[in-house]
Design a protein around this ligand. Sequence first.
Ligand code: KG4
Ligand code: ZN
Length: 335
Amino acid sequence: NKEIIVLGIETSCDETAASVVKNGTEILSNVVASQIESHKRFGGVVPELASRHHVEQMTIVIEEALNQAEVSLKEIDAIAVTEGPGLVGALLVGVNAAKALAFSSNKPLVGVHHIAGHIYANRLITDFTFPLLSLVVSGGHTELIYMEEDGAFQVIGETLDDAAGEAYDKVARTLNLPYPGGPQIDKLAQVGKPVIDLPRAWLEEGSYDFSFSGLKSAVINTLHNAEQRGEKISPEDLAASFQESVIDVLTEKTVRAAREFGVRQVLLAGGVAANQGLRASLEQAFSDLHQIELVIPPLYLCTDNAAMIAAAGTVLYKAGKRGKLDMNAHPGLDL
Ligand code: KG4
Ligand code: ZN
């Protein structure tokens, strides 16, 4: 029973990250260089800028991750890297760094799907109990994923338009809040009251899909109409009302799917999993469903990081999956 040490690399969006994880569960180091400050003045992620920052930071971040873990490249069993989905130029920096390292050190390379990474972030805090359901809510994704075993992902519901995080970021922008807007709205929502009537997209009966673009438009219209009438709307109340709309739908569909599929565990994943309102709502909803364990990762494992890529990569490595040195970045990769 040899230890397995995996180096994870993640550059799909605006964090340059590297991490060393032991046996797929124990974090030895988790280094994240955030580019948020550079993108802030443009109100969102600028792909060209992201690629350039990744190029500048990649080597430093990998060295730092190995140093902090007190592990040499020689002691690494495999190099896991996000191969998609994400920004193609950003992904390429991580993929090329991983390929160069794998080639020069003669170590196996493992390509990881970014969403599988978000789900396996939970493996760093607990064991998985199958069958399980994962609610993945990030800047690019909103999905309910059913799993019967490691690596078997069945998407049972997904957004038909905007991702939850995308809706947060767009609403934040109309309220003139800085990027990324999710945490800003979350903060405002905690002091506001959900008194403004906004729609909830339940979609057809029994559907596990989501839609957030109508809600986003309703928020913009509410602001616009108030402005025309010369009225002032409380940003706190608007944030609280928007957040309640998002959370109501996410919570209801997650609970319904968990019961219908008879899962034993529910995992929260992705950047929006950092949302205080969502965390509280799910905790409340699952508090009297004793047969289902709800797992909510700590904040540093919700947003993009490379420990989650190393964790998912370890499972793939153990299953014998190997990437070749002609690995490419796949911006629209399917799970
Ligand atoms: O997973 P992530 O770091 O990157 C992607 O894979 O997309 O998620 C980033 C998203 C952004 O849209 C950000 O606004 C949102 O997660 N986010 C939040 C919170 N923290 C981050 N949304 C709502 N409440 C939060 N506290
Ligand atoms: Zn992500």
